[in-house]
Design a protein around this ligand. Structure first.
Ligand code: NAD
Ligand code: LMR
Length: 329
């Protein structure tokens, strides 16, 4: 039976994440090996030619699941009929630049894109914002799309989640698959809180298995939280292949569900859980099923975790207030 292709809009298609992402979407890693996709690429006019070059290469791969590629420099057209939207296009942070500096530079991009999604995306649209500052860019897009259910706008902390799995697996001498219930709380920034008090290895908490509070506090948390900056320092450019891989993981888990007894991290619109002000797009532990996410409820938060979560959430509230003052939400 031939399935109707799923329309996937990718912004910033000619950028470095775009280049690492598109070939894997077209080969079935976003939605599944039996789901045909149609790509709708959005770029700024100066980068359309480069996007056309990438489209030529996509053609040359003869991917059986790829049923078409269209390229746009107009957001309204690019999001028309989109079922999934990956908002990657933004200005990446460069050496020495703080993420807060990006608010104004990027805020202007995500308002019009939210409006375009509101105007023409498919009824089942799912949005993942990757472009930084991702949580607040997602908030801007969401507030500019009043007819789309707010829960369809999410931001990416799956890269942080995957970084936390990798660091913990090395320390504990286990594989990443042995670790369950990892959580990133808060903002995709240096204030994020990777939580080892709810993560589990073999049914015990990761904090207990590791048994080293000094490592947890002074090595693990800063390594994960500042990994983006460390990659920029090492490569001279921000993470690309790992970011693309995490974007695929995020959407794939959202669509296809979390495994029994496990959860993932997604930045989603807060319903007030865990003291995170309602409406902020903050990272939480979430389970997913039938294309819907749900925040894991009822976890006990000790004083140490409370302080870390509050610090990151306060930063999100400040970002929200800053873009509010700029008239972006
Ligand atoms: P890049 O500069 O290589 O590519 C960005 C692309 O976006 C460029 O081709 C540019 O022309 C395009 N673009 C700019 N404005 C646009 C607009 N209005 N519409 C459509 N396209 C537009 O950057 P990159 O390395 O691919 O990174 C993209 C973004 O992802 C950055 O903001 C980066 O900081 C962010 N990022 C986020 C995470 C995360 O975990 N959330 C991880 C890595 C990178
Ligand atoms: C990352 O986490 O690698 C990106 O968000 C880049 C950055 O600016 O930290």
């Amino acid at each position: 039976m031939t399935r109707t292709p799923v329309s996937v809009t990718v912004t910033g298609a000619a950028g470095q994440i775009g280049y690492a992402l598109l070939f894997r979407i077209a080969s079935g890693h976003l939605l599944g090996a039996d789901v045909p996709v149609k790509l709708r690429l959005l770029e700024i006019p100066q980068a359309v030619k480069a996007a056309e070059g990438t489209a030529m290469e996509l053609d040359d791969c003869a991917f059986p699941l790829l049923s078409g590629i269209d390229i746009f420099d107009d957001a309204t057209k690019a999001f028309e009929g989109a079922n999934v939207a990956l908002l990657v296009g933004a200005r990446p942070r460069t050496k020495g630049m703080e993420r807060g500096d990006l608010l104004e530079a990027n805020g202007g991009i995500f308002g019009p894109q939210g409006k375009a999604i509101n105007a023409g995306a498919a009824d089942d649209i799912k949005v993942l914002v990757v472009g930084n500052p991702a949580n607040t860019n997602a908030l801007i897009a969401q507030r500019n799309a009043p007819d789309v259910p707010a829960e369809r706008f999410t931001a990416m902390t799956r890269l942080d989640h995957n970084r936390a799995l990798a660091q913990l697996s090395k320390k504990a001498g286990v594989t990443v698959s042995d670790i369950k219930k990892m959580t990133i709380w808060g903002n995709h920034s240096a204030t994020q809180y990777p939580d080892l008090f709810h993560a589990e290895i073999g049914g015990r908490t990761a904090a207990e298995v590791v048994g080293d509070q000094d490592w947890l506090e002074n090595t693990f948390i800063p390594t994960v939280a500042k990994r983006g900056a460390a990659i920029i320092e090492a490569r001279g450019a921000s993470s690309a292949a790992s970011a693309a891989s995490a974007a695929l993981d995020h959407v794939n888990t959202w669509v296809n569900g979390t495994a029994e007894g496990d959860w993932t991290s997604m930045a989603v619109v807060s319903d007030g859980s865990y003291g995170v002000p309602e409406g902020l797009i903050s990272s939480f532990p979430v389970t997913t099923r039938d294309g819907e996410w749900e925040i894991v409820k009822g976890l006990e938060i000790d004083e140490f975790s409370r302080g870390r979560i509050d610090a990151s959430v306060n930063e999100l509230a400040e970002e929200r207030d800053a873009v509010g003052k700029l008239g972006l939400i």
